[in-house]
Design a protein around this ligand. Sequence first.
Ligand SMILES: Nc1ncnc2c1ncn2[C@@H]1O[C@H](COP(=O)(O)OP(=O)(O)OP(=O)(O)O)[C@@H](O)[C@H]1O
Ligand SMILES: O=C(O)c1ccc[n+]([C@@H]2O[C@H](COP(=O)([O-])O)[C@@H](O)[C@H]2O)c1
Length: 203
Amino acid sequence: MRPPPAFPGMRIGLFGGSFDPFHEGHRLVAMEALKRLRLDTVWILVTPGNPLKDRSGLPPLAQRMADAHRVIDHPRIRVTGFEAARGFTYSYETVAWLRRRYPGVDFVWIMGGDSLRSFHRWQRWRDMARLVPIAVHARPGSVRIAPRSRAAQWLDDVRIPEDEAATLAGSTPPAWTYLTGVVSGQSSTAIRARRLALGGSSD
Ligand SMILES: Nc1ncnc2c1ncn2[C@@H]1O[C@H](COP(=O)(O)OP(=O)(O)OP(=O)(O)O)[C@@H](O)[C@H]1O
Ligand SMILES: O=C(O)c1ccc[n+]([C@@H]2O[C@H](COP(=O)([O-])O)[C@@H](O)[C@H]2O)c1
């Protein structure tokens, strides 16, 4: 599996996740990023497995990709699982490889506020932030805490105001912005719990 096509000058959002399953909150984040960061496209990177989470019980990649397609069927959103095919475990590897493979493309990494809170535990997180601008979408439960997290403090000097979010793609990293406004309380954990309670399978 190859990444979707990309050409110099394109502005591409990279939205990585376990997506077990993909939900309306993910859809909101991707659509808002497309609009507010003025991106040409958003790639939904369905991960083979978050290195900080227990992966046992994670449904197959193909199933999670199909779920994502069902929820977000949009001409400018691409669902891809190329990290698994390339054997990437860490997002730093993904971004470093994409930067090498697609010079001239303006990539932006997209994450929810809860991910920013644990970003300082990601492999080579500072190097990753030096490679790609980051857009963080506020998430209920961490709206206030996320911008005070360890990584956010390290990035404090390079925060771009939300009303200038359209300048993020193409900015020299490290650079980030925090998108507030419309938020979603949806979570995959809650969906899995509901399915279990209804007697269905959790995968
Ligand atoms: N409701 C939401 N609002 C903003 N960001 C979100 C939301 N749900 C998930 N995200 C972000 O989407 C990315 C992928 O999240 P993930 O697939 O882990 O979903 P999740 O709902 O957080 O799942 P789980 O409950 O299993 O942890 C992460 O960057 C996460 O922060
Ligand atoms: O690179 C890392 O160390 C790292 C640690 C935790 C999470 N990530 C990535 O963060 C994204 C969100 O993961 P998740 O499980 O919260 O949906 C996904 O692309 C993961 O591969 C990456």
